[in-house]
Design a protein around this ligand. Structure first.
Ligand code: 5GP
Length: 211
């Protein structure tokens, strides 16, 4: 009997390396994970493609989608809307895949409330200095945006305790293994193994009837 996949929320400071981590996880375990593509009103960065990195849209369309129940959660972050489209997530979970949501903390908390069996992971670099270095090295953001994101990181660090696991991204390969290990273990927790437990209980009941 196959349990549904689990919903995995991956949050972390902007610049923590979540994107690279997710890409590597999907590369190595492509049958086990599916990445949800969010909808946003932020303008595309150089190299970002519509439908691959995000579904880029305007505020009016975003608000309409949210009002029609098309998003599982959404939040405003640094002046832009970001939200998770519902249909893809439901479809992939039903197919037994673990669905990754790369979202910020307000969205993560909404997800945990709606789906208590979701797994909340917070990715962080080993130090704050390393975080600043990575943001600067990315070269896609202005000084002003970097300062805004560092201030936001300070705020977000207040919420780290609400997560199930803190994943320290120092070495990429090691971090991918650690993350996959956490997911495998989490799938075996009773809260995420309900279908299996119900099935085996049903089978055992059938035995005792025959006694
Ligand atoms: P960025 O502009 O750097 O791509 O993303 C900014 C923040 O928005 C990141 O923390 C990212 O994880 C978060 N984010 C991306 N998609 C979603 C979403 O669908 N919902 C929420 N709540 N946050 C999102």
């Amino acid at each position: 009997m196959q349990d549904k996949g689990i919903l995995i929320v991956l949050s972390g400071f902007s610049g923590a390396g979540k994107g690279t981590l997710v890409k590597e996880l999907l590369n190595q375990y492509q049958d086990e994970y599916a990445l949800s593509v969010s909808m946003t009103t932020r303008a595309p960065r150089v190299g970002e493609q519509d439908g691959i990195h995000y579904f880029f849209t305007d505020r009016a369309h975003f608000e309409e989608t949210a009002a029609n129940g098309g998003l599982i959660e959404y939040a405003e972050y640094c002046g832009n809307y970001y939200g998770t489209p519902k249909a893809y997530v439901e479809e992939q979970l039903a197919a037994g895949r673990n669905v990754l949501l790369e979202i910020e903390i307000q969205g993560a908390l909404q997800i945990k409330k709606l789906f208590p069996e979701s797994l909340l992971l917070f990715v962080t670099p080993p130090t704050a200095v390393e975080l600043e270095r990575r943001l600067k090295n990315r070269g896609t953001e202005t000084e002003e945006v970097i300062a805004k994101r560092l201030a936001r990181a300070k705020e977000e660090s207040e919420g780290m305790k609400a997560y199930d696991y803190i994943v320290i991204n120092d070495d990429l390969a090691k971090c991918v293994e650690e993350l996959h290990g956490i997911v495998q273990a989490a799938r075996r927790e009773p809260i995420r193994t309900k279908a299996f437990i119900e099935e085996i209980q049903k089978e055992l009941k059938a035995f005792s009837k025959g006694e």
